[in-house]
Design a protein around this ligand. Structure first.
Ligand SMILES: *Cc1c(COP(=O)(O)O)cnc(C)c1O
Length: 397
């Protein structure tokens, strides 16, 4: 028999940009017995999730489709419904996440036009406009744009993409991946002219991983209806039904949806504006700490422009020779703060502090100070003003 794991006194702070910590109310809501599929509570729970998500996305009448899946499942739903094999979509470069979505699209037999990723910068809307103007035959079905690239820690301007598509006079649909930004910063699907929004449960929504979210407006649904691509589980046409068993192509992930209903109630109970403000304040505190740490000469922001730094996650580039895995391990095991590493091209070049979802000033200061302690323990020069700057930022001083 294995020895029991040693007890961790207190609570470990989870500061990955997803999964994020679960509020007690979400945990409690999920600890319920499953229901028989004809129980009206099943339908009421699903309706509450759909309505809450429409409210969160600021859309009047987009269809919300929920999948027992992660964000990659929601990506696959978009690919399968909006383009047939051999057809083309445009993926503007944002870093690791845009490239993964592009590769998944190509793996499913679709063609991808990319605009270049500019490291540390948001999407180049001019390049998107040019790519669309170059597409004289209007072969591009949709633009798949990542709002906040969780690897880069950069948020792009979706309104600028809408303007670029319109200015090019191109009929491509606009799809926004808001997995990392939904519930953290304003996103108004209808007002922005976004045709499809893609989300997942385990980031700003404060739920466990396991529910993929797609909101689809009438134009996108019409395209899907005429798309001959063979599909079944992901099919929006098949899922648009009043029967929950059809909506989910089988049994809904009931306990996760009970958690989601509770999480949405927390968000609207706090007030959406208050939630956005809280995320902005927490992001500012982390940014203030990084301003201090960078004076040591070993660390810096990866996102070059302050204005496009994400309110969900901060990506911190490290000088060559710093062992990011060892830093994360010291932070997690000794100081009880879980942080994320660099993804894809940033593997070994950066670490990331998540500041999205359920948090408060004390938790943020604990995380920032814990990361600073791990940096110091690893002998990484960070000056001595990082945490102090975060305190001053949160104190409004
Ligand atoms: C996390 C994330 C995904 C992928 O979600 P998974 O649930 O890990 O499949 C997609 N896009 C963005 C922007 C993300 O942050």
């Amino acid at each position: 028999m294995r020895n029991p794991a040693p007890r961790i006194p207190g609570r470990r702070l989870l500061h990955s940009p997803g999964p994020t910590p679960l509020p007690d109310a979400v945990l409690h809501a999920m600890s319920a017995q499953p229901m028989d599929l004809a129980d009206p509570r099943v339908d009421a729970n699903i309706a509450a999730c759909e309505d809450g998500l429409r409210r969160l996305l600021h859309t009047q009448d987009a269809n919300v489709f929920l999948y027992a899946a992660n964000g990659h499942g929601a990506w696959e739903a978009v690919i399968e419904n909006l383009a047939a094999p051999g057809e083309t979509v445009l993926v503007p470069g944002t870093g690791h996440f845009s490239e993964q979505w592009a590769l998944q699209t190509e793996a499913l037999g679709r063609q991808v036009v990319r605009t270049p990723w500019r490291e540390g910068l948001p999407i180049d809307a001019d390049a998107v406009g040019q790519a669309l103007r170059d597409d004289k035959a209007h072969a591009i079905r949709a633009v798949f744009a990542v709002h906040t690239d969780t690897a880069s820690g950069v948020t792009s301007d979706i309104a600028a993409l809408r303007r670029a598509i319109d200015a090019a006079g191109h009929p491509a649909l606009l799809v926004a991946d808001v997995v990392a930004s939904l519930g953290a910063i304003p996103f108004e699907m209808d007002a922005l002219g976004v045709d499809v929004a893609v989300g997942a449960s385990q980031k700003g929504l404060m739920c466990p991983p396991g529910v993929g979210i797609v909101a689809v407006n009438a134009a996108a649904f019409a395209l899907a209806e005429h798309n001959p691509a063979p599909r079944f589980y992901w099919d929006w046409v098949r899922r648009r039904s009043d029967l929950s068993y059809r909506k989910f192509c089988g049994t809904p992930p009931q306990n996760l949806l009970l958690g989601m209903e509770a999480a949405l109630a927390l968000i609207f109970g706090e007030g959406l504006e208050a939630v956005w403000l809280r995320h902005a304040q927490h992001a500012r505190a982390v940014h203030a700490a990084v301003e201090g740490w960078r004076e040591g000469g070993a660390l810096d922001f990866f996102a070059q422009e302050a204005a496009s730094r994400s309110h969900s996650v901060t990506t911190i580039a490290v000088r060559a020779g710093i062992d990011v895995d060892a830093l994360r391990s010291v932070a997690r095991e000794r100081f009880q703060v879980s942080i994320a590493g660099g993804l894809g091209p940033l593997n070994g070049r950066a670490f990331r502090i998540g500041h999205l979802g359920d948090s408060n000033p004390a938790l943020m200061l604990g995380a920032i100070a814990g990361v600073e302690a791990a940096l110091v323990a690893r002998g990484i020069p960070v000056g001595d003003g990082g945490t102090r700057r975060a305190v001053l930022s949160l104190a409004g001083a």
